[in-house]
Design a protein. Structure first.
Lengths: 112, 113
């Protein structure tokens, strides 16, 4: 079964708006939470990652928020641009395992 | 220019045939991985290799085989035993086993009819 649940499956946002993607996990042993961005026909690329000792991490227009007690984390894309249109995957991993468990993906479409 | 190459980009095979997907990296990474991507299901781990001459089964290894005879190469064979082989296959690598960051190749789309 999927260890990381991701929602929504897809979203449409206007240029300049905020895109929010949510992920939830059950395994409390997970200690690394990356987000990957994938354009059609390409491999995923690491976008940003967070560890559970930090509640928020920001890189440019991309922010991860992490809620350890709720076992949830989310990606916020601020000031969304048409070039952000892609599929985004959350993932989780634990020490001594190092195998990534991926969410099902969210396709983001930014309308100009 | 360092990176991961996968060839070919598109591959077509008849049912019942084995097919080998290529993955080469010049990043000098020790660990390599194979994933399968299906619509709406995210990425699922097929096999991984922590170091040359070693590999382990992932979550969905049935019907697949790999080898790791060279550090830079990790080919995946999709055998006729794989019941549903049509998918997008992604190869990835990380500096060492124990480093979380994985870098992906461009993928191979396999269609079996």
């Amino acid at each position: 079964q999927q260890q990381v649940k991701q929602s929504p499956q897809s979203l449409i946002v206007q240029k300049g708006g905020i895109s929010i993607i949510n992920c939830a996990y059950e395994n409390t042993a997970f200690d690394y939470f990356p987000w990957y961005q994938q354009f059609p026909g390409k491999g995923p690329a690491l976008l940003i990652a967070i560890r559970p000792d930090v509640s928020e991490k920001k890189e440019g227009r991309f922010t991860i928020s992490f809620n350890k007690s709720a076992k949830q984390f989310s990606l916020h894309i601020m000031d969304s641009q048409p070039g952000d249109s892609a599929t985004y995957f959350c993932a989780a991993c634990r020490t001594n395992d190092y195998k990534l468990s991926f969410g099902a993906g969210t396709t983001v479409t930014v309308r100009a | 220019d360092g990176g991961i190459t996968q060839s070919p980009k598109y591959l077509f095979r008849k049912e019942g045939q084995n097919v080998t997907l290529s993955c080469e990296q010049n990043l000098n990474h020790d660990a390599m991985y194979w994933y399968r991507q299906d619509p709406g299901q995210g990425l699922r781990l097929i096999y991984y290799s922590q170091i040359v001459n070693d590999f382990q089964k992932g979550d969905i290894a049935e019907g697949y085989s790999v080898s790791r005879e060279k550090k830079e190469s990790f080919p995946l064979t999709v055998t006729s035993a794989q019941k549903n082989p049509t998918a997008f296959y992604l190869c990835a690598s990380s500096i060492t086993w124990g480093r979380y960051e994985q870098y992906f190749g461009p993928g191979t789309r396999l269609t079996v009819t």
